[in-house]
Structures are given as structure tokens and as C-alpha cells.
Design a protein around this ligand. Structure first.
Ligand code: ATP
Ligand code: MG
Length: 715
């Protein structure tokens, strides 16, 4: 990894706040954890975070990694003036800030012509999405733009409220929780102006469409439409302005949230849709889909005279057929029957009450989920870089990617969703190891620097456990889902035991000696993740992985007049014999693609921490923070940074900046650059343990060595 932007000073502008002086340090802690005396102590680490948090200093570095603690209040540190302060200024000259990371990344892209990415991680409510928005705002405000490009800039910004409306929801942990993972590329031209963007979305939590836990809500868009939609619009959709009337909106008993103004948000979203370039008909089709989900939720079933399941809510069916643009009779039949093919003949068989409810919910989830994917695709079209004028410069454009994706999750009950999320975090950790730890060591080797190799846990073994062909977790899951007979979650668990039993990172309640392990339930398995142990309940794994929508429902929707639906459901799906990819395999493949994208870029990291569960400002719950410091791997991160060298600079740059401090190198050093640097640091009194000279660079172990030198320059 290159430690760009690590230089102190630059262009003669030194704004470094005096956080590094001793008295200030007592009060506000150190702005870079590598400066901690007792860097192996978790307690010292957390104390430093706490002190800074108390002084409203929410940002701290571990080398080039930014740690951010959610302040839960507006700190007024994101103004245009603040942005200006961070422009073109190097990392250590000024207080840590998300703008410093944004700016450094931008400059590295510009000067090194290498694609960059910023990986933001942390648990729900820690501030990932806010951080990614701040980065985007920084670029939108500080990068050069022409009139033409301002359209793209506005669309980039406006994509956020739209995606948040459809993909975010109020949860217990966060009033605006992203229920999907997001990776966004911002593309810049040779002048450094934003000219395009592209979004990839991951694993939308579709189950929320039909069910919410107590105290949680469905996706924002439903409430926004009901609160903010115009009366005649609602009438057309057959909706009432009252969320309480809709089964899918009241499961969590939480229609209103004090921090959310659905009516205003609706206005913002409507405007954003226009800015992004949605046509009126598209908006209408989209609203029809939103409304049809609500009508589906209110569609009830009962028993007919012959005991068959039938729809008891006729008005809903009428609205559904109108809004989904499908034949009412066909929809009625598809919601209450399934089509089977036996001995080459098609047969219709009635659904039980429970099956009909499940089919209805599956339809609601499928329709919403696919409309979300369509929405992302549509936004991507509008962000696509397509101006002919710039074709000639296409080759010289560069990209900054922003990853805002769910952090490691451990709940009381963990299911398929947590499994996917934690697997994703294993992959990102693997990437971190590959990009940071390995390459750090490779650079020392390339420069001929002797050093103590740092031990770190390589989690490849866990990634393999999950994704290996044939014998990995996902393969076993898929196999069980596709197996004829009556596969069940329990038979899946047994298969797991047969295949993975004895693996160092997989545990069930069965002990090798035939006894029972109490800490793992009979319907659970435990994975030993790099960040800790997690017990997963196996219930629901098969259903969630198959994500089945009955074929005849699909057939009906394929014929929809709704333009969005007809693009989302293709006829081939029902005509082909091929099994659709399972949810886990789809996720695995999309993660593999994401990792490939990230591997081709130079990474920066933002690690977000939530200070308390109450969403309150000023409260710092140490136990909660400790937990996150552990799961984010921050102590290991710091250990690796401290074991290595905090700064490295090419000889010519180092000489250029500091040559005036030594008569031997001033005004111009004539000899070999390495000798010049050696002369300079000898004169400055660097101790042998403080630095090493490589083939092309000087490596400085502690930032304070450089601070002292920088101070000398100022004196
Ligand atoms: P999730 O994984 O649930 O999506 P998240 O990490 O994306 O969570 P955010 O939505 O970014 O979390 O932040 C949660 C809330 O915390 C925000 O709505 C905002 O109120 C507050 N918050 C986060 N970061 C900041 C900040 N830098 N300044 C002020 N408030 C913040
Ligand atoms: Mg978020």
C-alpha cells in the first residue's frame, strides 16, 4: 500500500492544530492512535476515543484509517468553509476529518491516476451512510464543474434521497437504516470534474415489505406516499391517507417517528425523481407498484363453501389488477392455486390458507425487490457518462468508489440475513488483509527494509468454509434446496454436520464424544468468524435461499401492462426449465464481483462507531464501543501500523522539503539522494530506531519524529 498524502507540510501551508502538544493531548487525546504510548492497550484506545468524543472531536486516525464516532448531533463542521480548509492540505497538518480522507483520495486519484475506493464500515447506526453522503457533498462542492456537468453532479446527489426512500427504514437501531448494501462509483474526467456515476446494490432486506419487528417500520416510501401524496393521486391508487389501515405498515406498531417528516421527505423524493430524469409515466408506474404492495397486504383469504381457499377482499383484487396491470381473474387464480407439472401434464392444485398467504407475501416481496433493482438501473442510466464531447477523454477518466455496506451483525437471533452480512464482512476483511497487510509487508521487502513480520489472523479459512465449491456452506445449502424429497432446515443442518463437522470454525451442539454442547441450540450452528463467534438459527434458511415465487404468479406478472414490471419479470423465467440462482449463490457471485472491483483500486478506510444505543448525543457507552473496536478489528489494525513505519516519503520529496534545516544539504544536494537524506537526518538527530532508509524512500517509524522536524521548519 502506498502511504500517499502522509507528508507533513506541502505548499507551505501548515495548519496543524496543536493537538500533539502534551497539555492538549491530556485533554483531547491523540489525533492518531499510532501516537498512543500504550498502543497495545484496548483500555487506552477507548479512553482516547472517549476524551476526543467529549471534546466533540469525533474523528481520529489509525495511520491512514479514519475512525469516526457518531455524535448524534450537528457539529457544524461540514460547512463550505470547512471543506475549503481541507482542500489540498495533507493528512497530518490539520484535525482528522472525513474531508481529509475525501481530499486525499481525490488528490491521489488526480496525481497518481489510479482508481481509488473508500470503504466505510461499522454497525447499524454508526454513521456509514452519513459519511458517504459527506464525501459525495465534498466532491460536489469542491470539484470543478461546468454547466453541463452540474446536471450529473445534481443527479449524483439526488440519487441518495430516492434510494433512501425505497431502501431505508426505521429500525430499532437507526431511524434511517439502510436495508441494502451500496457501492457507488463516481467517475471524474481528466480535469477532475465529476462526469458520471454507477451504483451497485446488494441484498435488499425484502422480508421487511411484509413483516416488521416491534418498533420498526416498513421502507420509508410507503409512509411518504401516504403522508405527502396529493389527494387525487391517492384516490387513483385506491389509498387512504392513514398508514394504520395497511397491514404491511402496522406490524411494528410504529407508523410515526419523531425524527422523520414523511410529508417533507415525499416532496424531496418527488423532486429528486424529476432531477434524475424520471418521466411522469415512470413515476406513475412506480407508484402503482408501491400501492399494489399495500393492497396485497390487505388482501385476505377465507374458506369457500367447499373448504377451498378464496380471496375475501374483492375491492383489493380490483385495485391490484388495475395497478399491476394484469387480468383480475388470472391473478385471483394465481393467488389461490399453484400449477404443477406431473408426467408432462399441467395440473392446477388449490393452495391451503397458509400457502395462499405465503404466495401473496412472496409476490409483494418479489414485486418490491425487483422494482428496487429497476430503480437502481434507472438511476444508473441517468448517471451514465455519455456525452460525445468527452469521448476523446474517456481513457483518462478515473474513479472513486464509495462502499457503504452493513457491518458485522450479532443479534440475539441470527438468521440467513446475518449469515450473508457476516460472510460479506469476512470477504471485506480478506480484502483488507490482501490490500493492506500483505502489501505493507511487500513494500518493505521491495525497499529492502528489515522488519519483524507481524502476525495477523488470515480469515481465508472462513471464506473457504462458506464458499468452497461442493463442500462449502453455500454449496451444501443449495444442494439441499434443490434435492428432491422433503428437504428441511433440519436435514440441512444434518448435512452441514456431516460435511463441516470437525472444521475449526464450524460448531454444532454435538460434541465429538457424543455429548451435547450447551452453548449451541439443537436448531443452531455456530460460525467462528474473524470478529467473534456467532450462533445462527437454521430455521428459514431453505426458504430464504430458494426465495420462491410460484410459477403461475410469475406468469401473470410477466404479462403486466406496467412498464416497470414487464421489464422486471421476463417470460423466459417461466418458460425455461433452468432453476433460478439461489439467494446465497447470487450474493456470493455479486460479492466476488465487488471484491474484484475493489481489488483494482487503491483503498482508504473509514471505520464508524456508534457511541450508544439510545441515539443520544454526548453519551459514550464504553462497553458498546469496546464491542465495536473488537469487531472492526481496530486493535489489530493499530498493531500492524505500529509494527511498521508510520510515514514513508520518496527521497527527493523529503530532501526538497527539509533541506533548509541542514547546512550540508542546503541549498542543493549534489550527491546521491539517499546520501543526502542520510546527511539530513543525521544533522536533525534522528535516532537509528526512528527511521530506516530503503531503496527509494525514507521510512519513519513514529509521526512525532516528523512533527518535530516540521516544527523546526516553522521556527
Ligand atoms: P445503517 O447500517 O443502519 O444504515 P449507518 O451506519 O448508515 O446505519 P447512518 O444512517 O449514517 O448510520 O447514521 C445514523 C444517524 O446518526 C443519522 O441519521 C444521523 O442522525 C446520525 N449521524 C450519523 N453521522 C453523523 C454525523 N457525522 N453528524 C451528525 N449526526 C450523524
Ligand atoms: Mg446506512
Amino acid at each position: 500500500m502506498r502511504y500517499r498524502g502522509r507528508e507533513v507540510g506541502g505548499e507551505g501551508r501548515v495548519h496543524r492544530v496543536m493537538e500533539s502538544t502534551l497539555t492538549a493531548r491530556d485533554r483531547v487525546g491523540v489525533q492518531d492512535f499510532v501516537l498512543l504510548e500504550n498502543y497495545t492497550s484496548e483500555a487506552a484506545f477507548i479512553e482516547n476515543l472517549r476524551r476526543r468524543f467529549g471534546e466533540k472531536l469525533i474523528y481520529t486516525y489509525i495511520g491512514s484509517v479514519l475512525v469516526s464516532v457518531n455524535p448524534y448531533k450537528d457539529l457544524e463542521i461540514y460547512s463550505k468553509a470547512h471543506m475549503e480548509r481541507y482542500r489540498g492540505v495533507s493528512f497530518y497538518e490539520i484535525s482528522p476529518h472525513i474531508y481529509a480522507v475525501s481530499d486525499n483520495t481525490y488528490r491521489a486519484m488526480r496525481t497518481e491516476r489510479r482508481d481509488q475506493c473508500i470503504l466505510i464500515s461499522g454497525e447499524s447506526g454508526a454513521g456509514k451512510t452519513e459519511a458517504s453522503k459527506k464525501i459525495l457533498q465534498y466532491y460536489a462542492t469542491t470539484c470543478p464543474v461546468t454547466d453541463h456537468m452540474s446536471t450529473i453532479r445534481d443527479r449524483l446527489l439526488q440519487s441518495n434521497p430516492v434510494l433512501e426512500a425505497f431502501g431505508n427504514a426505521k429500525t430499532l437501531r437507526n431511524d434511517n437504516s439502510s436495508r441494502f448494501g451500496k457501492y457507488m462509483d463516481v467517475q471524474f474526467d481528466f480535469r477532475g470534474a465529476p462526469i458520471g456515476g454507477h451504483i451497485l446494490n446488494y441484498l435488499l432486506e425484502k422480508s421487511r415489505v411484509v413483516h416488521q419487528n416491534h418498533g420498526e417500520r416498513n421502507f420509508h416510501i410507503f409512509y411518504q406516499l401516504l403522508e405527502g401524496g396529493e389527494q387525487d393521486q391517492l384516490s387513483k391508487l385506491g389509498l387512504e391517507r392513514n398508514a394504520q389501515k395497511y397491514h404491511y405498515l402496522v406490524k411494528g406498531c410504529c407508523p410515526r417517528v419523531s425524527s422523520i417528516n414523511d410529508k417533507n421527505d415525499w416532496k424531496t423524493v418527488r423532486k429528486a425523481l424529476t432531477v434524475i430524469g424520471f418521466h411522469e409515466e415512470e413515476v406513475e408506474d412506480l407508484l402503482n407498484i408501491i400501492a399494489s404492495v399495500l393492497h396485497l397486504g390487505n388482501t385476505q383469504f377465507g374458506e369457500g363453501e367447499d373448504g377451498e381457499t378464496q380471496i375475501t377482499t374483492e375491492p383489493q383484487l380490483t385495485y391490484l389488477s388495475k395497478l399491476l396491470g394484469v387480468d383480475g381473474a388470472a391473478l385471483r387464480e394465481a393467488l389461490t392455486h399453484k400449477k404443477l407439472t406431473a408426467k408432462g401434464e399441467e395440473m392446477i392444485s388449490p393452495l391451503s390458507f397458509e400457502q395462499a398467504v405465503a404466495a401473496r407475501d412472496a409476490l409483494a416481496k418479489a414485486v418490491y425487490g425487483r422494482a428496487f433493482t429497476w430503480l437502481v438501473a434507472k438511476i444508473n442510466q441517468s448517471l451514465a457518462f455519455k456525452d460525445e464531447m468527452y469521448n476523446s477523454s474517456k481513457g483518462s477518466s478515473s474513479v472513486i468508489g464509495l462502499l457503504d455496506i452493513y457491518g458485522f451483525e450479532v443479534f440475539q437471533h441470527n438468521s440467513f440475513e446475518q449469515f450473508c452480512i457476516n460472510y460479506c464482512n469476512e470477504k471485506l476483511q480478506q480484502l483488507f488483509i490482501k490490500l493492506t497487510l500483505k502489501s505493507e509487508q511487500e513494500e518493505y521487502e521491495a525497499e529492502g527494509i528489515t522488519w519483524e513480520p507481524v502476525k495477523y489472523f488470515d480469515n481465508k479459512i472462513i471464506c473457504d468454509l462458506v464458499e468452497e465449491k461442493h463442500k462449502g456452506f453455500i454449496s451444501i445449502l443449495d444442494e439441499e434446496c434443490l434435492r428432491p424429497g422433503e428437504p428441511s432446515d433440519i436435514s440441512f443442518l444434518e448435512k452441514l454436520e456431516d460435511t463441516l463437522g470437525g472444521h475449526a470454525h464450524f460448531v454444532t451442539h454435538k460434541l465429538a464424544n457424543g455429548k451435547t454442547r450447551k452453548a449451541v441450540g439443537r436448531e443452531e450452528f455456530r460460525l467462528i468468524h474473524y470478529a467473534g463467534e456467532v450462533n445462527y438459527t437454521v430455521n428459514g434458511f431453505l426458504d430464504k435461499n430458494t426465495d420462491l415465487l410460484y410459477r403461475n404468479l410469475k406468469e401473470v406478472i410477466c404479462q403486466s401492462d406496467n412498464q416497470i414490471l414487464s421489464q422486471c419479470f421476463h417470460r423466459e423465467e417461466v418458460t425455461t426449465q433452468k432453476r433460478p440462482e439461489t439467494a446465497a449463490t447470487q450474493f456470493k457471485n455479486s460479492l466476488a464481483k465487488l471484491i474484484e472491483i475493489l481489488m483494482s483500486k487503491e483503498p482508504s478506510y473509514v471505520r464508524c462507531i456508534k457511541p450508544n444505543e439510545a441515539k443520544q448525543s454526548g453519551r459514550f457507552d464504553e462497553a458498546l464501543v469496546r464491542h465495536q473496536v473488537k469487531y472492526l478489528g481496530l486493535m489489530e489494525n493499530l498493531r500492524v501500523r505500529r509494527a511498521g513505519f508510520a510515514y514513508r516519503r520518496r527521497y527527493e520529496a523529503f530532501l526538497q522539503r527539509y533541506k533548509s534545516l541542514c547546512p550540508g544539504t542546503w541549498p542543493n544536494w549534489q550527491g546521491r539522494l539517499a546520501d543526502g537524506v542520510a546527511t539530513l537526518v543525521q544533522h536533525l538527530g534522528y535516532k537509528p530506531e526512528e527511521y530506516k532508509l530503503g531503496k527509494t524512500k525514507i521510512f519513519i517509524r513514529f509521526p512525532k519524529t516528523l512533527f518535530t522536524t516540521e516544527d523546526a521548519l516553522e521556527a
